[in-house]
Each structure stands twice: as structure tokens, then as C-alpha cells.
Design a protein around this ligand. Structure first.
Ligand SMILES: Cc1ncc(COP(=O)(O)O)c(C=O)c1O
Length: 397
């Protein structure tokens, strides 16, 4: 009886593959866990203290739907410094002026963007492999996520996207650095994709949740306000991009506070205004006391952690590259590893073999229509990572 009450949209979302892996993993006592997509460092002290202080001083009520004004003004300042975007402080802004608002995580921003933009029957273009939520967010809107095959270098290039654009396409969703591959577009590739979207009249959404986690070999852009500061390439650095690009960024991965659920979206005021209106009736606002915490992040450097992750990335490539194809992760903390054909195994079968050795990782099929790879996360301490890589080397050889 209760079963009959479930909406079709719930049934349209299939999470069985990944649930099976996590079900198997739950039988292990102390596995080497290379499956987790969150940093292994603590939240920096100034950010923690500011959040605790906000709670202790009774800043526990709702914030404005657009976000706490102090955090919002720091985000706007940063967007000016980083991208030369002159954002309005309200969600409406002057004609042509972008704006921004604080969201409940990057997921909250993505969810609101999909809801604000997609009618039933519409299409959006996402990379394959993709972040697990992307296709489902489209399904929830009755729309279709058209996947763009990016194998073997995992770049969502203009050339690959162009043939997929139809009169139903509302937006192209770029994720750089990417999950699950860590691949970073270079400045030219990002500019070309933005130019294509502009010429076709579709929006470009840029999910830059890992923008602070970019390694020295992939930092080839400059901050607008400080050209000596090397930054992650982004389509949002192109002249006039604020008129046709929606930027989504997060605080959770960068500062180790994924559970705080905080991010922001910036771009054309007409879109941000609709997203912010939808936020009012769904998430209401992003977690208010924690917004006071992350307001401190603009004075905190994470460089030491980025360097550590870069050296772990080097270790992953050093150990695994002689055995199989691993595309260089220029950022984030994932590597997408091909299962050598000679093993005759799918990613899922290989992940099951790893579980037998108490090693957890995610089969590529969770992120893709192909199940030919596995994803590991190197956001785990060096000792465990080394042990995990040694097991992988044995199984891949
Ligand atoms: C590419 C990408 N986008 C969005 C998210 C969601 O992040 P948040 O925890 O900020 O909602 C993730 C989380 O893993 C991600 O990898």
C-alpha cells in the first residue's frame, strides 16, 4: 500500500550499484578507505572559533535567504579580486550586473540552478564521467541530462559538446577540477567552451567546488585583482562571462567542513534572483551560525594542505602509472584509474576484489555509463594511502 504512494521520480533514481558496494564494505571492521570524497585535515582554528562564537552569542536564528550580509560582502569582494566580477549586493542588480547568494552547500546551489532552469522535457549537457548527483538532479526536474563522453582525457571540450547542443538544451555543466577524475581544463579550453555556449545561447554552469585544490602544474590563470596570484583556470575569467555563466563554488571541501553545508552561486541576476526565491521555500537559508565561521576563511591559507595533496597525487602517479592508465589529476583529490583490459574485469568486479583485501574504492560505473575504471580518493593519510596503493599495485599487476 505505502509502496504505491512513492512518486515515479523516486523510482527513476537508481542507486543500487553503489549501495551494493557500501553494503559489502559495511562488513569490514577497519578497511583502508580510499572511497571518501572529503578532506582529512581539521577545519582551521579561526573558522571553527568564529562558528563557535556565533553559536555562543546566540546567532542561531535564520539568516537572510541571500545569506548573512557579512559573509556575502566577503564573497563579493573575493569575486571582484579573483574574477573581476562586480556583483550587486541584492539579488536584482542593475541591468547586466551579476550577483551572488549563499547556498546550502554546492549541492544546494546545483539543485536550485536545475530547478530554476529546467522545464520537463528540457535537456542539459553534463560530462561523462560525472559527479554522481548531476543526472539525478535533471531527472528530479523531469528533464534529461545528456552525457558528453570525455574518455580518455576526461576534458569537457567545446568540440565534444557542440554536436550535443539542441534546441532543448538549457545549459552545459562544467566541473573543473573534476570529480571523479581531478582533471582541470586549461585557460584556452575553458574560454572555448564558454565561447561555444555564448554563441549557441545556452548557459554555462561552472561547478568549481575544488577551485582552491589545484596543483602547481595546472595553475595557469591569474587572479584579476592580483596578477601575481596563480589561480585555477575558469570560464568565469573571460571578459563579459558574468552575463552568460553561472559560477558555483563551495566551502566544505576547501576548509574541511563538508558537514556545514555551505557554498555560493554567482552570475546573471535574473537567474540568481529565481534561485534565491526557490531557496526561500526549500532550504530557507544556509546554516546561519556556520556562515559566521566561513566568513573567516578569506584570511586563511590552505596552501600547506594543497602542497600535501599534490605530493600524494605524485605518489599515486608514481606507483600506478607504470601499471595502467591514470590521467593526471591537476586538482581535487581523486584519481580515475583504468582497469587493464588483460584482467578482464569491470570496475565493479575489481572494487569487489579490493573489498576482499579490505580496501575500499568506488567503481567507475557509479560515475559513468562505462564501468572500466575505479576512483580512489587520496584524501587519506599517507600511511594508509601507501598501504592501499600497494594492494592496488598487486591487484593491477
Ligand atoms: C563536483 C562536485 N560538485 C558538488 C558536490 C557537492 O558538494 P557539497 O558538499 O558542497 O554539497 C561535490 C561533492 O562531492 C562534488 O564533487
Amino acid at each position: 500500500m505505502i509502496e504505491q504512494l512513492i512518486a515515479d521520480r523516486s523510482h527513476a533514481i537508481d542507486a543500487s550499484g553503489i549501495r551494493r558496494i557500501f553494503g559489502l564494505a559495511a562488513t569490514l571492521k577497519d578497511p583502508i578507505n580510499l572511497s571518501i570524497g572529503q578532506p582529512d585535515f581539521p577545519v582551521p582554528a579561526p573558522i571553527r572559533s568564529a562558528a563557535i562564537n556565533a553559536i555562543d552569542t546566540h546567532k542561531n536564528g535564520y539568516s537572510q535567504s541571500q545569506g548573512d550580509p557579512a559573509l556575502l560582502s566577503k564573497v563579493l569582494e573575493w569575486l571582484k579580486h579573483d574574477l573581476n566580477w562586480d556583483c550587486a549586493t541584492t539579488t536584482q542588480g542593475k541591468p547586466g550586473q551579476p550577483t551572488a547568494f549563499i547556498t546550502s552547500g554546492t549541492s544546494g546551489a546545483l539543485h536550485l540552478a536545475f530547478m530554476a532552469l529546467l522545464n520537463p522535457g528540457d535537456e542539459c549537457i553534463i560530462p561523462d564521467p560525472y559527479f554522481v548527483a548531476y543526472p539525478h538532479l535533471a531527472t528530479m526536474c523531469g528533464a534529461k541530462a545528456v552525457t558528453c563522453d570525455t574518455y580518455p582525457d576526461f576534458k569537457l571540450t567545446a568540440k565534444r559538446v557542440e554536436p550535443l547542443i539542441t534546441n532543448k538544451t538549457k545549459f552545459v555543466l562544467l566541473n573543473t577540477p573534476s570529480n571523479p577524475c581531478g582533471v582541470v581544463l586549461n585557460t584556452q579550453e575553458a574560454a572555448d567552451l564558454r565561447a561555444l555556449c555564448k554563441s549557441k545561447g545556452v548557459l554555462l554552469i561552472s561547478d568549481e567546488i575544488y577551485d582552491e585544490f589545484v596543483f602547481s602544474d595546472s595553475l595557469n590563470a591569474k587572479a584579476a585583482g592580483d596578477p601575481s596570484l596563480k589561480r585555477c583556470p575558469s570560464p568565469c575569467r573571460e571578459e563579459g562571462s558574468h552575463e552568460d555563466t553561472l559560477l558555483i563554488r563551495g566551502f566544505g571541501k576547501t576548509y574541511g567542513c563538508t558537514g556545514w553545508r555551505l557554498g555560493y552561486a554567482a552570475g546573471p541576476a535574473a537567474i540568481i534572483d529565481q534561485m534565491s526565491k526557490l531557496q526561500q521555500y526549500t532550504f530557507v537559508c544556509a546554516p546561519a551560525p556556520l556562515q559566521h565561521g566561513v566568513a573567516e576563511c578569506f584570511d586563511v591559507s590552505m596552501q600547506e594542505h594543497v602542497n600535501e595533496y599534490e605530493s600524494r597525487r605524485d605518489l599515486v602517479l608514481e606507483k600506478l602509472s607504470p601499471l595502467t592508465e591514470v590521467t593526471n589529476p591537476g586538482g581535487a583529490f581523486y584519481a580515475f584509474i583504468k582497469i587493464p583490459e588483460k584482467l578482464g574485469m569491470t570496475g565493479t568486479q575489481f572494487a569487489e576484489k579490493c573489498i576482499e583485501r579490505e580496501l575500499l574504492l568506488i567503481p567507475g560505473g557509479a560515475f559513468s555509463s562505462r564501468d572500466t575504471h575505479i576512483r580512489i580518493s587520496f584524501a587519506t593519510n599517507r600511511e594508509r594511502l601507501t598501504k592501499g596503493l600497494d594492494i592496488l599495485c598487486e591487484l593491477l599487476a
